[in-house]
Ligand binder design. Structure first.
Ligand code: UDP
Ligand code: MG
Length: 319
C-alpha cells in the first residue's frame, strides 16, 4: 500500500528540510511505501529553492508542484490530490504542527480495518487563544444548524484516506472550496483520532483573523443557502406586523374616530410595502439558491460499492 503525503507550502523555507526529516524518521522501520507531494503555493521566500535542493539531495520519492502565484491552501490541497499516486493520501501541513508519527498511526488504522475509508485527526486540547476558540465554537454551531452536512469542531484537514475518497472530493468541482465540508459531504466511513497540535517549527501562521473570517463565510455559503432565504422570513414578519397595525387602526377608528390619525395608516402602508419587497427578494433568493446549487454541479450521489447480479455462468461454476 502506497501513501502520498500532500503538503501545501506557503513561505515555509525553514520547514521543508525538518519536515522531510521528520517524515523519514517516523516511517523508518515501518513497512510502508510513501511519496511526499509538496505544493509550493506561490511562496515569496526561498521555499521552491529549498524544495529543489531537497530533491537533489535525498532519495525519498518527492513530487514538487509549484504554483505561478499564491492561490491558497485549498487550491494547493486540490492540486496535491490531483497529482498524488498513492492508494492512501494524507493532507498535512508543512510546519510540523501535525506530527508525521500521527500519520503512521492513521495508516496503521487503515491497514488494520479495511472497512475504514478515512482517519481524521482532531485536536484533543485546543491551545489557541480564548477569543479565537469562542469564534470557532460559534461558527461550528452555526454551520451545523444551517447545513445538512455534519461538521466536527476540532477536526482539521489533517487526515488520511483511501483513493476513492480522494476521487470523490476531486469530483466536486466547485471553485470556492471548503475542504472540511467537502470531506464530510462525500461521506465514507471516517474514524476520528485525537492528536496534540505542536508549536509551529519555524515561521508564522498564514491565517489572520480576517482571513479566517472570510474562510468561515466561504464555508457557510458553500454548504448552506439559508442566508438567501432570510429575506423571506423578514418579509413575512413585516407583513404580519403591518396587518396587526391595520387591525389596531381599524379598532381605533371604530372605538374613537377622533383619535384616528392618517399618519399611522401611512406607517402601515410603508411596513406592508417593505414586507412585500422583502418577500419578493426572498422569492428571487429561492431561485438563486437553486441555480447556485445547480452551478456547483456536485454529483447527485456517490457510489461506494456495487454488487452486480451473478451471471448464470458464475452460478453454475459456484454450484
Ligand atoms: N498554506 C498554503 N497557502 C496559503 C496559506 C497556508 O499552502 O495561502 C499552507 C502553509 O504553508 C501550511 C498550511 O497551509 O503548510 C497551514 O497553514 P498555517 O500553518 O499558516 O495555518 P494554521 O496552522 O495557523 O492554521
Ligand atoms: Mg500551522
Amino acid at each position: 500500500m502506497k501513501l502520498s503525503l500532500i503538503v501545501p507550502c506557503y513561505n515555509e523555507e525553514e520547514n521543508i528540510r525538518p519536515f522531510h526529516d521528520a517524515v523519514v524518521n517516523a516511517f523508518r522501520g515501518e513497512n510502508y511505501d510513501y511519496e511526499i507531494v509538496f505544493v509550493n503555493d506561490g511562496s515569496r521566500d526561498n521555499t521552491l529553492g529549498e524544495l529543489k535542493k531537497l530533491y537533489s539531495e535525498v532519495d525519498t520519492p518527492l513530487r514538487i508542484l509549484s504554483f505561478s502565484r499564491n492561490f491558497g491552501k485549498e487550491a494547493a490541497m486540490r492540486a496535491g490530490l490531483e497529482h498524488a499516486t498513492g492508494d492512501l493520501q494524507c493532507l498535512i501541513d508543512a510546519d510540523l504542527q501535525q506530527r508525521p508519527e500521527v500519520v503512521v498511526q492513521m495508516v496503521r488504522r487503515l491497514d488494520e480495518c479495511p472497512e475504514l475509508d478515512c482517519v481524521a485527526a482532531y485536536q484533543a486540547q485546543r491551545s489557541e487563544d480564548k477569543k479565537l476558540s469562542f469564534f470557532k465554537e460559534r461558527f461550528y454551531a452555526m454551520i451545523n444548524d444551517l447545513s445538512d452536512v455534519e461538521f466536527r469542531q476540532d477536526a482539521s484537514d489533517f487526515r488520511t484516506f483511501r483513493k476513492p475518497v480522494a476521487d470523490a472530493v476531486l469530483s466536486l468541482n466547485e471553485y470556492h472550496r471548503f475542504s472540511k465540508g467537502l470531506l464530510s459531504w462525500v461521506g465514507f466511513n471516517t474514524e476520528y483520532m485525537p492528536y496534540e497540535v505542536q508549536q509551529r517549527a519555524a515561521g508564522e501562521s498564514k491565517w489572520s483573523f480576517t482571513k479566517l473570517l472570510q474562510y468561515a463565510i466561504d464555508g457557510i455559503v458553500s454548504f448552506s443557502t439559508m442566508p438567501l432565504r432570510l429575506p423571506t422570513l423578514l418579509g413575512a414578519s413585516l407583513c404580519v406586523v403591518s396587518l396587526l397595525m391595520l387591525l389596531a387602526n381599524i379598532l381605533v377608528f371604530i372605538a374613537k374616530p377622533t383619535a384616528f390619525s392618517y399618519d399611522s395608516l401611512i406607517i402601515f402602508l410603508i411596513v406592508l410595502l417593505s414586507g412585500l419587497q422583502f418577500l419578493c427578494i426572498g422569492i428571487l433568493g429561492k431561485y438563486l439558491a437553486q441555480t447556485f446549487e445547480q452551478s456547483k454541479n456536485r454529483p447527485h450521489y456517490l457510489l461506494k460499492e456495487v454488487i452486480e447480479p451473478k451471471s448464470k455462468q458464475e452460478e453454475k461454476e459456484e454450484a
